[in-house]
Design a protein. Structure first.
Lengths: 257, 256
């Protein structure tokens, strides 16, 4: 008996829905601007999957800015560690390998006060750090290893990053293999330039002599054979402007999930 | 008031002896909208999830697992990566890029849809009135519902406007157990998420255990989908589809 007439109910619902929708659009607009300002929008935010990608990156950035990747005990190290297949290495690499990587150089440029070039020995002269963390491939497999190297933050401090820097782009000696991470990951205490593994030299199959280790992201962000870092405030001028080679091949730039 | 089953008040004035049928609101608009968004999400997640499994159709228990470690089980299918030992002489094309993008975007849509549905279910009485068994939770109700299924009886007329106890418990299980579990086991595979919430993965027994559980919970959801569609078919596909699309169902009057 007390049910309102259906017509009245739907008119009230219509007005409420309209107000909620208008508020939602306005809220989305404001949220979008704030997200840009606080670096919560990934470079591959365009396209049909941009919204989901932005939600994933933004929420994980908010939740995990300072959190540490899980570390494991020495007894949990995978024996033997599984090395994913790599494309045949180029002549440049083979020449350096023949010289036992004595001439391997890591050049650092972009928005830094003192651009520099480091030999492996110079990198090893910094206090070495190690972590026993899991490398997870987006395909589904994983292994745990001890990774030995120098925190990327230490190298970035040596060249003194300019305050407007937002990303670090890193390149492999293998052509068209490059990635980038935001400053939260670049300055993260577990982001290493790795030169050792399980108490030994880093094997070539695992990216030796120098590999980027970003343990809070999937395997494909952990680029092998690193020779070059560029610090930047925008990823627009790099490749197709999607952040790294991965989105150009259809994979997400952010790989925290 | 706020009930999703809208019964015109005039109905009670009609003598029960008159065996006409009236049309009444079976499913509220919000239930129907969230139902069909969930349906779309389900298929997008299923297709993309299957594509992701193909890149490594091996499952493990514990923290780690790869081509060099023993498996819990393997799916007898070819893979989209050539290093995986499958026994097949060919490799399927890599579809993981868009599959991952689609999987996570759809997961977001599903989570928001689920939250909207949960809020509605709690505050508009949908759970209380339509899903919680309440007085219907008795051994008699149970045994009659099960016996009916065992005798392959077509659902009774009363099932057209209200769920029986088996349906209620199944829907509650899917909504409050399977969906939360599939989201949890999915997030437990994220290296960034578990850096902030390590218990999310350690409680499940490790990262590979989370992946294996995610697979099994997904299978349980697929099983639910098959039974759900099968029962809708048996109960009268057209009338049930009409009820979930337009919200209206023909109701025999003698039910009052």
């Amino acid at each position: 008996m007390s049910e309102p007439a259906p017509g009245k109910l739907s008119r009230r619902k219509l007005i409420t829905t309209g107000l909620v929708a208008a508020g939602g659009v306005l809220g989305l607009g404001i949220a979008g601007r704030l997200a840009y300002k606080y670096g919560l929008v990934p470079p591959d935010h365009g396209g049909i999957y941009g919204l989901g990608e932005t939600l994933t990156y933004a929420s994980q950035r908010l939740l995990t800015r300072h959190s540490l990747a899980r570390e494991f005990s020495r007894s949990q190290i995978s024996k033997p560690p599984f090395a994913n297949e790599i494309a045949p290495l180029n002549e440049d690499f083979k020449r350096l390998q023949a010289g036992r990587f004595a001439d391997w150089r890591l050049s650092v440029d972009g928005m830094v006060v003192r651009p520099a070039s480091f030999s492996l020995d110079q990198l090893k002269s910094y206090p070495s750090r190690s972590q026993i963390t899991m490398l997870q491939c987006e395909e589904g497999w994983s292994y745990i290893a001890e990774w030995i190297g120098v925190p990327l933050s230490q190298v970035l401090e040596a060249v003194e990053v300019q305050p407007q820097a937002r990303y670090v782009v890193y390149y492999s000696i293998a052509p068209d293999w490059w990635e980038s991470i935001d400053m939260a990951d670049a300055m993260h205490p577990q982001t290493f330039l790795v030169y050792g593994m399980n108490g030994d030299e880093l094997p070539v199959g695992h990216g030796g002599p120098l590999r980027m280790r970003v343990p809070r992201q999937l395997g494909y962000k952990n680029v092998k054979f690193i020779t070059h870092l560029t610090v930047t405030d925008s990823l627009k001028g790099f490749g197709k402007g999607l952040g790294s080679a991965s989105p150009e091949a259809g994979y997400a730039w952010y790989a925290g999930i | 008031m706020g009930d999703s089953v809208y019964i015109p008040s005039a109905a009670s004035a009609v003598p029960t002896a008159v065996r006409t049928k009236t049309v009444t609101l079976r499913h509220s608009a919000l239930v129907r909208i969230t139902h069909w968004i969930t349906t779309l999400c389900f298929f997008a997640l299923l297709v993309s999830g299957a594509e992701l499994v193909i890149s490594h159709p091996r499952f493990y228990w514990g923290e780690t697992g790869n081509d060099l470690t023993p498996t819990l089980f393997k799916l007898p299918i070819p893979a989209s990566r050539n290093l995986v030992p499958t026994g097949y002489g060919y490799v399927l094309p890599d579809q993981n890029g868009w599959s991952r993008y689609l999987h996570f975007q759809t997961a977001w849509v599903l989570v928001f849809t689920g939250l909207l549905y949960l809020i509605f279910g709690l505050f508009a009485g949908h759970f209380r009135n339509d899903l919680l068994p309440g007085g219907a939770l008795s051994w008699r109700a149970f045994s009659s519902a099960i016996a009916g299924h065992l005798r392959f009886e077509r659902p009774s007329e009363s099932d057209a406007w209200s769920y029986n106890v088996l349906q209620r418990l199944t829907y509650l299980f899917v909504i409050f157990v399977l969906f939360p579990l599939v989201i949890w086991t999915g997030l437990a595979m994220s290296p960034a998420f578990v850096s902030a919430f390590p218990a999310a993965v350690t409680l499940l027994g490790g990262q590979q255990s989370a992946r294996t559980l995610h697979f099994f919970v997904s299978l349980a959801l697929v099983l639910f989908l098959m039974i759900h569609v099968g029962m809708v078919w048996l109960a009268g596909f057209r009338s049930r589809m009409r009820a979930m699309i337009t919200g209206r169902a023909a109701i025999p009057m003698e039910r009052t």
